[in-house]
Design a protein around this ligand. Sequence first.
Ligand code: PHE
Length: 336
Amino acid sequence: MKEKIDQIRAEIEGFSGSSEEFKQKYSGKKGIVQIMFDDFRNMPREEKAAFGKVLNELKNLAMEKQQALQDAAPVKVKGNQPEDLSLPGNPHFKGSRHPVSLTLNRMLEIFGRLGFAIAEGPDIEDDWHNFGALNIAESHPARDMQDTFYISMDPAMVLRTHTSNVQSRVMETSKPPIRILAPGRCYRNEAVSSRSHVFFHQVEGLYVDENVSFPDLKQVLFYFAQQMFGEGTKIKLRPSYFPFTEISAEVDVSCNICHGKGCNVCKYSGWVEILGCGMVDPAVLENCGIDPKKYSGYAFGMGVERIAMMNYGIPDLRILSQNDVRFLEQFEMIQP
Ligand code: PHE
């Protein structure tokens, strides 16, 4: 038995075939090592003690050898055929810009051509910059707890309810001429519906210089509407009220979905309201340290979601914040 074991060990160590051949001859169920174990079982007890250990070592050696042969074997390609390199791959969704970003970028680009520089302000704002400096009296309903998310009461800190906070910050810190565009997120404590949400985006425009007039404002907005919605687009200014502008207006554009025939986006009126605007109230200029006798200015603030909905025919504002890939991947091909 001893000589046999030594001989098999030498054979295993020197073996140089495939792992299948090795298994068949040595390590498999009908291999030599198993046969040796069968013989061992029938041995008289006194001999067993002498061979148990060596046999186990032989078995381990055989297992190690088989593993080594397997590891060294080349990886098999299925079906003996070379891979078909002409097969088309699986397409991947590359990711896309969000329709709100697409719309925002387009707005910045249009106003950029007119010389508006980008300005930013904080989302968490103090009472003064969101309300006080903008002439919004303590009793104004915009301050009501129902509209405004308060972060703290003393000192009063809010989630900004509009991007007009950037107006007050920029006017406080720079001298005219000022010509800025401030994009950003705003927050209001409103019921969520297909037309309103607790957060949304605005773009604020502000121009302060000597002799800035209401016709200047009207012309800039007309240019924007034509560029954004197409050449045939009309605008309509309706008198309105904002505490921080005097005179004030709301601006509608002709509905480019139904072209006046009536649809649910324009509520069958043929017009969609897109922004509020007006001449900066002299009291606001004064609050921010700008001489209202020397300077005048205009400001406007528009909702980005509303414009994105018009541009892409999106019927429900909520889809914009649901992150549904089936919706988002439709914008994959749209640049930039
Ligand atoms: N801040 C106003 C709003 O949120 C919009 C606006 C901006 C109006 C600037 C006039 C001037 O409704």
